[in-house]
Design a protein around this ligand. Sequence first.
Ligand code: FE
Length: 240
Amino acid sequence: MNIAAFLKMSYGIYLVSTKKGDRLSGFVANTVFQVTSDPPKIAISCHKENASARVIEESGVFSVSVLDKDTDAGLIGLFGYHSGNEDEKFERIEYRIGTTGAPIIMSHAIAFFECEVVDKFDLGTHSLFIGKVIDCDMPHPEKDPLTYDYFRRELKLMAPERSPTYIDKNKLKKEHEKPVEVTGKDPGQEYICSVCGYVYDPIVGDEARGIPPGTPFEDLPDDWECPVCSAAKSLFISEN
Ligand code: FE
């Protein structure tokens, strides 16, 4: 079985959020898809151990925000790789409470859907929730959505372990290999974040944090952190 075939399935990248009482919860999802048109229903898959799965079960509501292509990796890291205090996540972003009572994340949202759970299926590790769309809108129709393909290729991110589409990187052939333009100094090898799977590519650098292309991993400042999950430089391991 060539599991790299799964990487050819296309998805978007979404923020799913929910609320029960004072408890806010949210996570990054790529397995969000419309399953019927009349009435419109959306399915989402959520790991049973995610805090959000329990909150969706208790509240019976969730919202889905479609992220724009320019979403920074930090927002995805905040909702995709940081566990712990959910309230803190929401303190750092823009959101509003929708008609269902669930929060709608507005940061980098180009469209959103508010849903009421009408069905749930037990998939073993994950729960599949079917939500009837109660309302939806498009705050930024002019922007393009972030796709899972772009997320992997350009942002160099892999789905985390609890994602329904997680793939053990060790089982993949060198999918990320690309021709290296050798112009003088060899920028060295890629390093991978052991927490979230982000790959530091010395050819690309990390311009958002002032690291120019061509900077070897070894030359990064000691206080440099993973752009996605904020893990320390010491938690990166060599790709080889
Ligand atoms: Fe990381």
